[in-house]
Design a protein around this ligand. Structure first.
Ligand SMILES: CC(C)(COP(=O)(O)OP(=O)(O)OC[C@H]1O[C@@H](n2cnc3c(N)ncnc32)[C@H](O)[C@@H]1OP(=O)(O)O)[C@@H](O)C(=O)NCCC(=O)NCCS
Length: 163
């Protein structure tokens, strides 16, 4: 399965995959889909450690994985927050693992010190993926988000990449 850096032509597919989760899932706390311009800004980032990767299945973009700044303050510059979204039909086939291995390899090559991930609970698939990729649990923020009229906990995970 080809995994490659995203291009401008991939942005509608990326935006569509994310929009589905915005509307139907709790993996993101966005309540409205993101505009293509926001995705274009993400793609245009030249910060070291920022990546936007896509995976193709039968020539269609079926998922993306990204890394971006955890917080804007300069002291956090060696840390990246990672995330991944696959279309429902592409889940559960090992593609998430392949994409994350690719992304984490790029972060190591960039000299990124720490990868962080925030997983809204419950999400057994995402927890399994992160733990399988070497992330360790950090702790749970209780009732930090609200979506679909429910308070939602978030578990943070981290993986040390480069000392
Ligand atoms: C979470 C997600 C990225 C996982 O990707 P995936 O391709 O389905 O996962 P994989 O098939 O690569 O499986 C990775 C590991 O998780 C396990 N796993 C996957 N789904 C699982 C589930 N529902 N329950 C338990 N374990 C699961 C696999 O067995 C595998 O374990 P292993 O590496 O020890 O063999 C994908 O399901 C998804 O996009 N979900 C919707 C969006 C989302 O939740 N994104 C995460 C935001 S934090």
């Amino acid at each position: 399965m080809p995994i490659r850096p995203a291009t401008d032509a991939d942005l509608p597919a990326i935006a569509g995959i994310y929009a589905d989760e915005v509307r139907t899932g709790i993996a993101t706390f966005d309540l409205e889909p993101r505009s293509i311009e926001l995705w274009r800004d993400r793609l245009a980032s030249t910060e070291g450690g920022d990546h936007l990767l896509v995976a193709e299945l039968d020539g269609q973009v079926v998922g993306y994985a990204s890394s971006s700044a955890y917080r804007p303050k300069a002291g956090y510059r060696h840390t990246r927050e990672t995330t991944i979204y696959l279309a429902p039909e592409a889940q559960g086939q090992g593609l998430g693992r392949q994409m994350y291995d690719d992304l984490l390899g790029r972060l190591v090559a960039d000299g990124v010190h720490l990868a962080l991930a925030a997983v809204a609970l419950p999400n057994p698939g995402s927890l399994a993926l992160h733990r399988s990729c070497g992330f360790e649990d950090v702790g749970v923020m209780r009732a930090v988000g609200r979506k679909f009229e429910q308070w939602i906990d978030v578990l943070w995970l981290q993986r040390l990449l480069v000392r």
